[in-house]
Design a protein around this ligand. Structure first.
Ligand code: NAD
Length: 465
């Protein structure tokens, strides 16, 4: 049994039974049975299921909000009015995407033969999700896999399982065949049981880079397909012609949204030296206005960190940091696991506060002297997920964007996403794309069907001389 703790109070809110390895094996077997039928459904059948699910999720908004807020501590309004409608839009997008898959087609590619390229599902997908956006992450894993015709066994993070369990119940209510979507609960051990189960054909994980490696290792013997959405350390590059007011607002939002527990969070801000002090002042003023507080209050901008252990970890990064702490820097002395927006200037580029994923509302600022230096510093971490460029010069923004080793670059903003656009990184941030047509394609494989249509008398002419 895992006791779930409300991070906003530190008090238990519920408990959830832990799955055993035997439960995982049974879920995978049931998934395989479901797959043998689901793979032959039409795109219209799959779309209908996902559209019904989207409607049921919409109708269940209050309950899903309660579950998500109790377990993550994120502001209720942020979830109910932002993340949840976005997840519903994701589901509706995947329903449409199921009906417009690329990579299919037919033609005469070799004389006397008709070739058909057919996209087929992969099988049973073992998916593993993190705690920072439990509901959205579940949708990003389940939606494209089901749209492509697969069955899914998903393991949410141990601290945040209930909105995923609820999603599975809504999926059944929407008419999904038994076994198509199942949830197993537990930590790394159950995750590994899922990854290594021989009945699982592909594994996907959203989590830290270390977890991504462990999942990839677990998938090696079965030569399974792997989909990895891992950590990030996004830079924001502020050039001398940027609007500092816009930048301060956008980078603060990027650094503090979800209390910085976001793989695409703005974590390093590199500022043209000529405007460094001015930009630091603007950032200080903007970050000071971010209000941590009760997730159920409309006055609250950010909630707590996920756990006491994580708060200690974030604080450890800050207390060991080189540089000047300009704002925050100590846990908030109140019930719950609160940590304030924290701004640090002049840390060493090679130090852990600049290189490591902190996953808290901590922004580190450093100056740069040239465009080349800005690009070099931005690319100088093990991660490659997100980035932003702040400049009034479109040509410069484009030039710089093309040199960044990342999955996404925003210009004069940081964070917005869309169902149609792929999300995923390079380098230590992993590979594989969530959302968009790309995600649906990743959960499918193209096959070649070659049908001889030549008349019998023409056969001899195919033989090599
Ligand atoms: P985590 O790596 O600790 O755990 C993620 C999931 O993996 C959990 O369900 C966990 O139980 C499971 N797990 C852990 N070790 C495992 C193992 N050895 N084998 C199988 N499963 C294992 O990550 P977290 O702390 O839950 O989430 C935060 C991390 O997720 C951050 O690094 C963040 O950047 C990353 N993240 C990435 C994206 C993205 O799209 N790239 C999105 C959200 C979060």
């Amino acid at each position: 049994m895992t006791i779930l703790i409300n991070p906003a109070t530190g008090e238990p809110v519920d408990e959830v039974p832990d799955s055993t390895p035997t439960d995982v094996a049974a879920a995978v077997r049931a998934g395989r049975d479901a797959f043998t039928h689901w793979r032959d459904t039409t795109p219209a059948d799959r779309a209908r299921l996902l559209l019904r699910l989207a409607d049921l999720v919409e109708a269940d908004a209050e309950e899903l909000t309660r579950l998500e807020v109790e377990e993550t501590g994120k502001p209720a309004a942020v979830f109910r009015d932002g993340e949840l409608p976005f997840a519903i839009d994701n589901l509706r997008f995947f329903a449409g995407a199921a009906r417009s898959l690329d990579g299919t087609g037919a033609g005469v590619l070799s004389s006397g033969y008709t070739s058909a390229l057919i996209r087929r599902p992969i099988g049973v997908i073992g998916s593993i999700a993190p705690w920072n956006f439990p509901f959205i992450m579940a949708v990003w894993k389940i939606g494209p896999a089901i749209a492509a015709g697969n069955a899914v066994v998903i393991k949410p993070a141990p601290a945040t399982p209930r909105s995923t369990l609820r999603l599975a119940a809504l999926m059944a209510e929407a008419g999904a065949p038994e076994g198509l979507l199942q949830v197993v609960t537990g930590g790394a051990g159950i995750g590994q049981a899922l990854v290594t189960d021989p009945g699982v054909d592909m594994v996907g994980v959203t989590g830290s880079t270390a977890t991504g490696r462990a999942v990839m290792r677990g998938a090696v013997d079965g030569l399974k397909r792997v989909h990895l959405e891992l950590g990030g350390k996004a830079p924001a590059l502020v050039f001398d012609d940027a609007s500092l007011a816009d930048m301060a607002f956008g980078v603060t939002m990027g650094a503090t949204y979800n209390t910085g527990q976001d793989c695409t969070a703005a974590t390093r801000v590199y500022i043209a030296r000529s405007r460094y002090d001015e930009a630091l002042e603007a950032l200080h003023a903007a970050m000071e206005q971010v209000r941590p507080g009760d997730p159920w209050s409309d006055e609250t901008d950010i909630g707590p960190l996920i756990s006491a252990a994580h708060r200690d970890r974030v604080n450890g990064f800050v207390t060991r940091a080189s540089g000047r702490v300009l704002l925050g820097g100590k846990p908030i002395d109140a019930p719950g696991f609160y940590y304030p927006p924290t701004l640090i200037a002049d840390a060493d580029q090679s130090s852990e506060i600049v290189q490591g994923e902190i996953f808290g509302p901590v922004l580190v600022a450093l100056p740069f002297d040239s465009e080349e230096e800005a690009v070099r510093l931005a690319n100088d971490t093990p991660y490659g997920l997100a980035s932003s460029i702040w400049s009034a010069d479109v040509a410069r923004a484009l030039r710089v964007a093309h040199q960044l080793d990342v999955g996404v670059t925003w210009v004069n903003d940081h964070l917005p996403i869309a169902s149609e656009a792929p999300h995923g990184g390079v380098k230590g941030s992993g590979f594989g794309k969530d959302m968009s047509q790309e995600a649906v394609q990743e959960y499918s494989v193209v096959r070649h069907l070659m049908i001889k249509h030549a008349a019998p008398e023409a056969r001899d002419s195919f033989r090599p001389a």
